[in-house]
Design a protein around this ligand. Structure first.
Ligand code: PA5
Length: 461
């Protein structure tokens, strides 16, 4: 079970800058009780479904059965989905499958399929991937809760036509599985009409909160991830956060401290910095969750607020030679949330070569895993000495239960943070306008095309 260490957000450890623990235990703990009650109220009304996903054992069983039913028919699975419909599958793949999974031969993958996620309609990516894959042995998982997202639908159309030319229209539906709303939307209608298999995204689970629904579970199950373990980890975290006592609720502490840093401490930039490549995609998943949920124009009563923190992703140790300079000496507007992994797997010993060369000799006898972790500790301490706050989520190892718990921790923190900011973390009205303009520009009926592109040529240099 992950542990959240917030010492370096607090005054004793971060003198002069850190928050007084008395305030955290006093007024902020009081406020958190209200936040907790607010979220529990919305849960009771059925508005927030992700809390219940760890306990949806019928769904998990169905996902697993469906994954098993494909046996070894397909050597590739391609997820077509964007935003919350794509990031979860990529995060699960990068964290839990053996590194270089898609480059391994069948034996190296235990005869399980490769897993690709196409989330961007970029022809430079899509065309070459489709040319490279044996489409006869490829299963496409079209993931769209609304069933109307232009990027995903366009990818589906391109792929469907190619497949149809290759295998014939009568066999094409055997290459698709749709993950979509249980009752409505175009994908649901197509699936019903053509008998394409489907999995549901519960109606009270939004895209960025859907990784523990069939959206993330099915690609994970197809590639051999123990989805029960993933859900068990998520469930354990959900249980742990069932308290209105701030000091005992890790998601509450995460949300409260980051909200305070942003709104009172002048630190609205929240950097998620895992130490280890496998969690890079997790940081991108967090970026979407935090940004799309909390960046809002109006509060829940409709008053203009234009609020929200800016999430940023980084990775240790690589970003020590990139963004760390900014984190250390740039504006004092950031909090770094480290993800630390105790057991990095095979630690890889560093040999004691060039013992008499000072720049290399000291490394001999240590391991790469040790170096990575020491670099994290050093960066944490360097930030502390510079008076810059940070917190650390410590994982024993990167495995299915830990990842399930991490997803749940950050999702719960996000809805608490929504309540603290006074906004609705479940909607995303700000993305609608560009969607409508796109539809208008592409000639969709009922959408007008604005006149754009009349730039003054003098200012195009
Ligand atoms: O978090 C969200 O709600 C969004 O990022 C959606 O996941 C994204 O827009 C894709 O939507 P859909 O699943 O309807 O295609």
């Amino acid at each position: 079970m992950p542990v959240l260490d917030v010492n370096l957000m607090l005054a004793p450890s971060l003198p002069g800058v850190g928050l007084d623990p008395a305030r955290l235990n006093g007024a902020m703990a009081e406020r958190f009780r209200e936040v907790y009650d607010d979220i529990e109220g919305r849960r009771a009304k059925g508005e927030i479904g992700f809390f219940d996903l760890p306990w949806a054992s019928d769904t998990a069983r169905r996902v697993q059965e469906m994954a098993n039913s494909f046996g070894q028919c397909f050597e590739n699975v391609v997820v077509l989905g964007i935003g919350g419909s794509g990031l979860g599958a990529a995060t699960l793949r990068d964290a839990l499958l053996d590194p270089g999974w898609n480059e391994r031969d069948e034996e190296g993958r235990d005869y399980l399929p490769r897993l690709y996620v196409l989330d961007n309609p970029d022809p430079a990516t899509v065309g070459p991937l489709l040319d490279r894959l044996d489409l006869r042995r490829t299963l496409f998982n079209v993931v769209s809760k609304s069933g109307s997202t232009a990027e995903t639908m366009a990818l589906y159309l391109v792929i469907r036509e190619r497949l149809s030319a290759l295998v014939g229209e009568d066999k094409v539906r055997g290459h698709f599985i749709f993950t979509t709303d249980p009752v409505q939307g175009a994908l649901r209608r197509i699936a019903d009409a053509e008998g394409i298999p489907t999995l549901p995204v519960p109606s009270n689970v939004g895209g960025r909160f859907s990784v523990l629904s069939p959206v993330g579970l099915w690609p994970a199950a197809m590639t051999g991830v123990a989805i029960d373990d993933l859900l068990a980890g998520a469930g354990a975290m959900e249980v742990r956060c069932r308290t209105h006592e701030l000091a005992e609720n890790p998601a509450g502490l995460l949300a409260t401290l980051l909200h305070h840093a942003a709104t009172e401490g002048g630190m609205p930039i929240h950097v998620l910095m895992p130490y280890g490549d496998r969690l890079c995609s997790f940081a991108l998943w967090f970026q979407q969750l935090w940004g799309e949920s909390l960046g809002k124009a109006v509060d829940r009563s409709g008053v203009a607020v234009h609020t929200g923190p800016t999430p940023l992703s980084a990775v240790g140790a690589t970003d020590q030679h990139s963004q760390l300079q900014l984190f250390m000496e740039g504006p004092r507007d950031k909090v770094v949330i480290f993800l630390a992994v105790e057991d990095q797997g095979e630690p890889l010993a560093i040999p004691a070569l060039h013992a008499d060369t000072a720049e290399l000799g000291y490394l001999g006898g240590h391991t790469l895993g040790e170096l990575l972790d020491v670099e994290r500790l050093a960066t944490t301490e360097a930030l502390r000495q510079a008076g810059r706050p940070s917190m650390t989520v410590e994982l024993e190892r990167v495995d299915a239960p830990a990842l399930g718990a991490l997803f749940m921790l950050f999702q719960i923190a996000t809805v608490y943070a929504g309540a603290l900011y006074g906004v609705d973390p479940l909607d995303q009205p700000g993305v609608e306008l560009s969607k409508r303009i796109t539809h208008g520009l592409l000639g969709r009926e009922g959408f007008s095309a604005p006149s754009i592109g009349n730039a003054d040529p003098r200012w195009r240099v």
